[in-house]
Write a protein that binds this ligand. Structure first.
Ligand code: IPD
Ligand code: CA
Length: 256
């Protein structure tokens, strides 16, 4: 069984390998995709599957189970409460349309506890990693959440995931959330949004009906940068409500 340090090194090397492939796919304009038959507004690209194969081939060297957005649970014979949670591309639509804000996301969890997360940011190639026991870093430089506590000066990142139910109840919840903040941003990538919280560029990220693999690595990175993360599970597997902030905001009334 590899140590946590060895698993972190394996994850960073895997993220770099996958990033190089994603650059190549972009260069060759491999942008084919289909819309999911089961989930409205869900784009699935060939690139998602190509990057997933690299991640699974490499991370399988650890003997740990791997939960992936594209193929579900990849089981090994090894018994462990630890598992990798991966999203080959978080922000597929951004990649396909050249909006250029997405990441390759790898997290290690022990049951429900985030041990570490690793992101390869696209297109910069910056490697971001972190966890509550190790701190958070971008290319080795330490990351820290913002020190702003005043909501009138605070910025929110949010999004409308594929599963988001557009109805009057969700509109009013979302509008109430957004109205508390000075500015609102939608980056189209949950992991990139969580990274912005970790580096202190925004104070909060909140998204309903977001998938575990979209946020797993980012959660660990926010925690490593000194932030606070609240995760609410839903009745559906892997569907979450996540709110992550710098730990200084008064979010009472919002975390229902
Ligand atoms: C998407 C991004 C986006 C969020 C969507 C996710 P995907 O991830 O994280 O920010 O709003 O819900 O599905 O599908 O590109 O991996
Ligand atoms: Ca994805």
């Amino acid at each position: 069984m590899k140590s946590i340090d060895e698993l972190l090194i394996l994850s960073k090397n895997t993220a770099i390998l996958a990033f190089n492939k994603l650059e190549e796919l972009d260069r060759k304009n491999i942008k084919s995709y289909s819309l999911s038959s089961s989930i409205p507004r869900e784009f699935k690209s060939d690139a998602d599957h190509i990057i997933e194969k690299i991640l699974i081939d490499e991370l399988s060297k650890s003997d740990l189970n791997i939960l992936s957005e594209e193929s579900g649970l990849n089981k090994t014979s090894h018994q462990s409460s630890m598992r990798f949670i991966i999203d080959p591309i978080d922000g597929t639509v951004n990649f396909l349309r050249g909006i250029h804000c997405c990441s390759i996301s790898i997290a290690l969890f022990d049951n429900d506890e985030a041990i570490f997360g690793v992101l390869a940011l696209y297109p910069s190639g910056d490697i971001v990693w972190g966890g509550k026991d190790i701190g958070s870093f971008i290319n080795g430089k330490s990351l820290k959440v913002s020190s702003i506590s005043n909501m009138n000066k605070s910025i929110l990142c949010t999004g409308f995931p594929s599963r988001f139910r557009f109805n009057s109840s969700s509109y009013s919840t979302q509008m109430e959330l957004m109205s508390k903040f000075s500015k609102v941003r939608m980056l189209g990538s949950a992991s990139q949004s969580l990274f912005q919280v970790a580096k202190g560029s925004v104070e909060c990220y909140s998204e309903e009906e977001i998938m575990f693999w979209d946020v797993a690595a980012g959660i660990a990175i926010v925690e490593g940068a000194g932030g606070r993360v609240k995760v609410l599970k839903s009745d559906s597997d892997f569907v979450l409500k996540v709110t992550a902030d710098n730990g200084l905001l008064d979010l009472s009334g919002l975390n229902k």
